[in-house]
Design a protein around this ligand. Structure first.
Ligand SMILES: [Zn+2]
Length: 413
């Protein structure tokens, strides 16, 4: 049990009691002898972030092969290195990624990569949450389809050992994964009442190829296949027509908006305001560091806001409340978690920020400061599920995590 004393919440000093994994009481003055007291004078509390699309273990690829054409970058830089990855490496790379996520205030991330059990092991160690998927990508090879489906069944069949882990499935994209695997994965995800994570509508090339092959656009195709529902998470979705916007609003499928990746790969610009006006459940993600190159949701919020205003050619687009909302509550909602707000009964996933940090002064509008000015130095403490994962900027085992990461980097050099 923790008692936060005199923490700023919505511009007012409050006491907040954390009991178990929940925020159990918010009042002007709370006394509790059993709780550990955390003095929060000069600090504000905010919900932590949810990064709804990443490939955490790609940390070792940060900065490799910059400014190259996509296919020479993949063939020369990315795929040869990924082919050498071992499960043990994934564990250490995931821990390093989570270290960056904690320092930048994220307590839930949705991951799509190889060896998901190792990423789960890292999440369990580090204390945050993960929506971790088994990655389906059969390259239209029937033998692989069957093998991957069996692995998906095994993955979901083994119950997660913690409520901080949400196991789900991914089908990489319509250009790498067969309709058969999509249908089977969707059925299996439904059976386990969990999510299906997909890359979709990222580039104009993908749209054109889909039109040629299927005579329809990607989201339309997924809808025809019946794989869109409120547990589908579609990363990117930069290029949607009016019909597809309607399909996502109707099915309540979730979009993971990754503006840094979209700009860096020059793949397009989302009309965020239009999607929000249509009632689509938009969330925010960073994508992997090879196309970002950061896992900071602070950067991502700023780019989402600027991009929304620029795309709509309207200063009223990308409002601070909307941007903060898609980076927090909408993300937790997408994975069925009652978090992303500081209120009684909510899961205790939150950050404390230092109001005396230069980036947060003056404090006319804290959401605005967090979106447009803050960096990770503003975040002093991070709690997940009622437990601190960073106290006074210290994350346990940081040196060991960095040393292990450096050994992997040396192996690839
Ligand atoms: Zn991705």
């Amino acid at each position: 049990m923790f008692l936060l004393k005199k923490v700023h919440l919505n511009g007012k000093e409050q006491d907040i009691l954390i009991n178990g994994n929940q925020i159990s009481c918010i009042e002007d003055n709370i006394e509790n002898d059993e709780a550990e007291i955390i003095s929060c004078q000069g600090k504000a509390i905010l919900p932590s972030f949810c990064n709804t699309h990443t490939h955490a273990s790609m940390m070792f690829l940060r900065g490799i092969g910059e400014d190259k054409e996509l296919f020479s970058w993949l063939n020369e830089d990315i795929w040869p290195r990924e082919a050498k990855l071992t499960s043990e490496m994934i564990y250490h790379l995931s821990r390093f990624a989570i270290l960056e996520m904690i320092k930048t205030g994220t307590t839930l991330f949705a991951d799509m990569y190889f060896y998901p059990q190792e990423t789960i092991r890292a999440i369990l160690d580090m204390g945050i949450r993960g929506a971790v998927s088994f990655l389906g990508m059969d390259f239209f090879d029937a033998a692989k389809t069957d093998a991957q489906y069996k692995e998906m069944e095994t993955f979901l069949g083994q119950k997660a050992s913690s409520d901080r882990i949400i196991k789900g499935l991914s089908c990489h994209s319509i250009y790498t994964t067969s309709k058969t695997l999509f249908l089977k994965a969707h059925e299996l995800a439904n059976q386990y009442n969990t999510f299906l994570h997909i890359h979709s509508s990222e580039t104009k090339q993908e749209i054109n190829d889909c039109l040629k092959a299927h005579n329809c656009r990607p989201v339309d195709l997924l809808n025809q296949w019946g794989v869109l529902d409120d547990k589908t998470v579609l990363a990117h979705c930069l290029h949607l027509d009016e019909d597809e916007i309607g399909m996502l609003a109707e099915t309540k499928a979730v979009i993971s908006h990754c503006p840094s990746s979209a700009f860096k790969l020059n793949s397009g610009q989302m009309d965020l305001e239009k999607y929000l006006d249509a009632g689509i459940r938009v969330t925010l993600g960073t994508d992997g560091v090879s196309s970002n190159n950061s896992l900071s949701m602070l950067w991502e919020m700023k780019l989402a806001a600027l991009s929304a205003k620029n795309k709509a050619n309207n200063i009223l687009a990308g409002k601070v409340n909307d941007i903060f909302h898609i980076a927090t509550k909408n993300g937790f909602d997408a994975f069925g978690l009652n978090a992303g707000e500081i209120a009684v009964g909510k899961l205790a996933d939150f950050i404390l920020v230092d109001l005396r940090n230069v980036f947060l002064m003056p404090n006319h509008n804290l959401f605005s400061n967090m979106i447009y000015a803050a960096d990770s130095s503003c975040i002093t403490d991070v709690f997940c599920n009622g437990v601190p994962v960073m106290r006074n900027k210290i994350v346990p085992n940081e040196i060991e995590i960095i040393d292990n990461f450096n050994q992997i980097i040396q192996f690839f050099n």
